[in-house]
Write a protein that binds this ligand. Structure first.
Ligand SMILES: [Zn+2]
Ligand SMILES: [Zn+2]
Length: 128
C-alpha cells in the first residue's frame, strides 16, 4: 500500500486554496484550477472518464467559499457558482499540486516513463 499524505490544514485564501500537508509541503491551488478539476458526475462522464464540464460555464472569479471533510480521504468544496458535489481525494489533490517542485517532478517522471497516463495529451515532438 502506498502512503497517502494527509493535509494538516486547508485554508481558503483570497487567491488560492492552500493546502498544508503533514510532510510540510505546501500546495497553493488557484480556485478556478481546482474547480475545473471537479471530479463529480456532473463534470466528468463516469463511463468514459471524459471531462464534460465546459470551462466557459465556470466564472473566471469562481472561488471555494466553504469546505467540508469527505470521510478520511478527501474534502468537498462549496464553490461560489453553487457547485459542491465533487469529492477531491487527498491523493488526487497532492498529485495535482501546482507548485514548482511538483511540476518539475512530474515533468521528469513523464520523461523517464515515456508514457503519461491520464488526460495529458502529449504532442509528438516536432523538429523545431
Ligand atoms: Zn462537479
Ligand atoms: Zn507541490
Amino acid at each position: 500500500m502506498e502512503q497517502i499524505v494527509l493535509p494538516d490544514a486547508i485554508n481558503l485564501e483570497d487567491d488560492a486554496v492552500v493546502i498544508l500537508w503533514e510532510d510540510a509541503h505546501r500546495s497553493p491551488f488557484p480556485h478556478r484550477y481546482l474547480r475545473l478539476r471537479c471530479p463529480c458526475a456532473n463534470c466528468v462522464d463516469e463511463m468514459s472518464g471524459k471531462r464534460t464540464l465546459d470551462p466557459d460555464t465556470v466564472p473566471q472569479d469562481v472561488k471555494a467559499v466553504d469546505q467540508m471533510p469527505a470521510g478520511k480521504y478527501g474534502v468537498q468544496f462549496l464553490w461560489s457558482d453553487a457547485h459542491y458535489t465533487g469529492i477531491y481525494t487527498y491523493k488526487v489533490l497532492r498529485a495535482a499540486c501546482p507548485c514548482i517542485i511538483c511540476s518539475e517532478a512530474r515533468a521528469k517522471a513523464d520523461k523517464v516513463n515515456g508514457n503519461s497516463p491520464g488526460d495529458i495529451e502529449t504532442v509528438p515532438g516536432g523538429n523545431t
